[in-house]
Design a protein around this ligand. Structure first.
Ligand SMILES: Nc1nc2c(ncn2[C@@H]2O[C@H](COP(=O)(O)OP(=O)(O)OP(=O)(O)O)[C@@H](O)[C@H]2O)c(=O)[nH]1
Ligand SMILES: [Mg+2]
Length: 300
């Protein structure tokens, strides 16, 4: 029997901060690739996830939430979104239905025009359906989005509960071009283990503090040593903008940083499926979010 033709394509996931893009990506891939927190602006760099099913391979690109840049860091984040739009074969716009009308506000005239100029299939996922007591509320929203004549398919889903995600993938498959797979089906992402561990540490910090700390923190892996026997050694720098933030992060007698280390180590061990010895160092780099050179050094 001849081989069935293969389909391959990349889908960029875009939308406002906090709508559930990373949760959706993780639901699709079936494992935690992207970090997720209840706070907006969690994702800063694009993360690619590889989904292979039979003769179809789709890569999904999780991107930072679309926002108006206030820092050089934001500009780099928005550049990531732009690049994803350009490189992808299709676009999946995610909105949070539980917001009601404000979910539309993202689709400003300017943004609609930008999408309309993209000559590739554009889908919309109305996410967080589980958060609606009355699911019918989504119907007029769907009508409104349909009338924009931008989206070739609309999906009502719950990324958190993994509901209707598989059905959505089935429909998207029909839009993919023919082509050989771009990745080994065993491979789940193009990111390294160093990247994932840094992200898991950043997620832990995001969850541990409120206000400005999560946004002033970046994590860089200083050392990552895999050993034949025994624990792997990982050293990471937690970079903050001010001395006062460093104090808060470390906590009285180092209690806070110990907590963060213990929790991040557990996450890293789960991800790597190997015991880890994790050392964290808090470092001050003034205005790192504003400095192009520093940002470049941090992979932005
Ligand atoms: N109820 C409900 N909550 C969801 C769903 N999907 C995501 N969330 C929650 O929404 C919050 C944000 O989720 P993320 O996946 O980090 O959102 P994001 O769009 O990637 O956010 P940024 O990276 O900041 O742009 C988290 O608290 C998620 O648990 C969903 O389907 N239903
Ligand atoms: Mg995200």
């Amino acid at each position: 029997m001849p081989d069935q033709e293969k389909h391959y394509g990349c889908i960029a996931i875009i939308g406002r901060p906090n709508v559930g893009k990373s949760t959706l990506m993780n639901a699709i891939i079936g494992t935690k690739l992207s970090i997720v927190t209840p706070k907006p602006q969690t994702t800063r760099k694009n993360v690619l996830g590889v989904y292979t099913e039979g003769n179809t391979q789709m890569t999904f690109l999780d991107t930072p939430g679309v926002l108006t840049p206030r820092y050089e860091l934001h500009r780099s984040m928005m550049e990531n979104v732009r690049v994803s739009l350009e490189s992808a074969d299709a676009v999946l716009v995610v909105v949070d239905v539980s917001l009601g009308k404000p979910a539309y506000s993202f689709l400003t005239q300017e943004f609609r025009e930008a999408l309309a100029a993209v000559s590739k299939p554009i889908f919309m996922a109305l996410n967080k359906m589980d958060a609606l007591d009355d699911k019918k509320i989504a119907l007029p929203m769907m009508d409104e989005f349909r009338r924009m004549n931008i989206f070739c398919e609309l999906f009502a889903i719950s990324a958190l509960q993994d509901k209707f995600v598989k059905d959505m993938l089935g429909v998207i498959t029909g839009y993919l071009p023919e082509g050989e797979f771009g990745y080994d089906p065993e491979q789940l992402s193009d990111r390294t283990e160093r990247f994932f561990v840094a992200e898991l540490i950043r997620e832990t910090v995001f969850m541990a503090f409120d206000d400005e700390i999560p946004y002033s923190v970046e994590v860089a892996i200083a050392e990552f040593r895999e050993r034949e026997r025994g624990k792997w050694y990982i050293a990471a720098d937690i970079i903050v903008e001010r001395e006062s933030q460093k104090k808060i992060l470390i906590g009285a007698k180092g209690t806070k940083i110990k907590e963060i280390g213990a929790s991040a180590r557990k996450k890293a061990e789960e991800h790597l499926e190997h015991p880890v010895f994790l050392e964290l160092f808090v470092k001050v780099r003034e205005h790192w979010r504003e400095r192009k050179a520093t940002l470049r050094g941090l992979g932005y």
